[in-house]
Design a protein around this ligand. Structure first.
Ligand code: ADQ
Length: 464
């Protein structure tokens, strides 16, 4: 393969989904998502390549061109999918990095598969990157790639961004393969985290576990320096605002309100169905408010949508059952005979429907127990048309560091959570408006483009 890509993105998944037409012909469609939106223009301008898995196990595909850049599919066997992806990535690293809100499982075979797959990604990247190219590796599934790639191609500028939290050292050190992960990340010229606290957790770890010197944000290695900094990710703010004002979306939100019977107050929750998102706490808190009569089911509806996620992992199946049961119990005990107080859908929706829901939500409730950033909070702020909406936001979401004017909550404190939800519902309009204006200003000023620009500008400006 030609070594000609000047800009290479390496991520677990490719930014395209396969669509098979009725006549059997295969096409690839860009999957919607902020990261793709932000990086596509850079890829097109520079002649880039995106390296990632295409989503089907036991299948090898040739690279192909798509929308002006190159797509390089990485094959994964069914066993690798189970051990590297479902296992080590999602049942070891994911809970470990999210403050062990679920128990991380440690299995040596999973680790072996993780090493093997990371090596494959690094080798493929080394084959396609041009001399001196910029490579940007994404997320926790690929933490060994920076070091592996540097060994193969010391000429490259290597950046890494972690989308999820980086835990305090006391938790990280449980990992049997902790030294390898530290060395893996240190192979990058620039390691980006969502919030300053995560960057300082990593620097502290390096200070404690290696003999390397640090010069402020820089870790000094024999052959290069690794810079460690926070780059809070954001959304395509303009895109979301435009979408929320689209006449079709406005019509959809009107229809949704009609369907809900024009309640006085709509509370909304939107998440991947994941145990880190604090769904149990949220449903319990709102359920109690209904049960105690502080929220009147005749006037108030709580709409919760949860995208199905990682359904083959045990912990996710348990969560699904718990939420089904909890919602079922509350709905069977509270309210009249008509619309239930909690409208719950376990499904994924088009982005336009999400925008319609954000439009009608008077109070958005975002309560993760731990979250790298949480884009839903920012999407709501961008899409909600009136300044009278309110955002209830967990302190443990990265977004809380920026969205200081939200109603900030500790989701473990059920009484505190209930009080904050009540304040968001009942505070005078003026108070909510002041808060919402500040939130909108923040989300307008910090977009996915400014995030990508600041990371890539910093990476390119580095001299090792
Ligand atoms: P996620 O854990 O997936 O991302 P989040 O940032 O909230 O969490 O993004 C979820 C996305 O999925 C949002 O764009 C949302 O609109 C969409 N979504 C959620 N429910 C949906 C539904 N039912 N139907 C359709 N779409 C739905 C990880 C980290 C986060 C970090 C992001 C980006 O865990 O902390 O913010 O990466 O870095």
């Amino acid at each position: 393969m030609n070594r000609d890509a000047q800009f290479v993105v390496v991520a677990n998944r490719l930014p395209v989904d396969r669509v098979v037409a009725d006549d059997g012909s295969v096409d690839w469609r860009t999957s919607p998502g902020g990261l793709v939106t932000a990086l596509e223009p850079v890829m097109r301008k520079q002649g880039g390549a995106w390296i990632g898995w295409h989503g089907a196990p036991d299948e090898e595909l040739d690279p192909f061109d798509h929308d002006g850049y190159r797509i390089v599919p990485i094959p994964l066997s069914q066993q690798e999918f189970e051990e590297y992806y479902e296992g080590f990535s999602n049942a070891t690293l994911w809970p470990l990095y999210h403050d062990t809100v679920a128990f991380p499982e440690f299995h040596r075979e999973w680790w072996d598969a993780y090493v093997e797959v990371n090596r494959r990604f690094a080798e493929r990247t080394a084959e396609v990157a041009a001399e001196g190219a910029t490579v940007w590796i994404q997320d926790y599934q690929l933490q060994l790639v920076p070091q592996l790639l540097r060994e193969m191609r010391p000429d490259l500028k290597i950046g890494f961004f972690l989308h999820i939290p980086f835990p305090p050292i006391e938790i990280f050190l449980q990992l049997p393969w902790r030294e390898q992960i530290i060395q893996g990340l240190l192979g990058a010229d620039l390691v980006g985290f969502q919030v300053p606290g995560a960057a300082s957790n990593f620097r502290r770890l390096v200070r404690k576990r290696t003999r390397l010197k640090l010069d402020r944000d820089r870790v000094l290695l024999p052959d290069h320096a690794c810079n460690v900094k926070a780059y809070p990710i954001s959304i395509d703010t303009e895109g979301f605002i435009d979408m929320a004002h689209d006449p079709d979306v406005v019509a959809e939100s009107d229809a949704l309100l009609e369907e809900l019977g024009h309640p006085k107050v709509v509370l909304l929750g939107v998440d991947r169905l994941d145990y880190t998102k604090g769904l149990r706490q949220r449903v319990r808190a709102i359920g109690e408010l209904f049960e105690e009569g502080r929220l009147d089911p005749a006037d108030v509806v709580f709409m919760q949508v949860a995208t199905p996620s990682r359904e083959r992992v045990d912990e996710y199946r348990r969560l699904r059952d718990d939420i089904d049961q909890l919602v079922g119990r509350i709905n069977s005990e509270v309210g009249g005979i008509g619309r239930p107080p909690i409208v719950y859908r376990h499904a994924s929706f088009p982005r336009t429907t999400m925008a319609a829901m954000y439009r009608i939500a008077d109070v958005m409730v975002v309560t993760p127990l731990a979250d790298g950033m949480n884009l839903v909070a920012k999407e709501y702020v961008a899409c909600h048309p009136k300044t009278s909406g309110a955002l209830v936001l967990s302190e443990f979401a990265g977004a809380a560091q920026e969205l200081r004017q939200a109603y900030l909550v500790n989701p473990y404190d059920l009484n505190g959570l209930k009080e904050s939800i009540m304040r968001a519902v009942t505070d005078p309009r003026m108070v909510r408006q002041r808060r919402m204006r500040a939130l909108k200003k923040q989300v307008l000023a910090n977009t996915i483009d400014s995030w990508a620009d600041s990371f890539l500008n910093d990476l390119r400006a580095l001299t090792s």
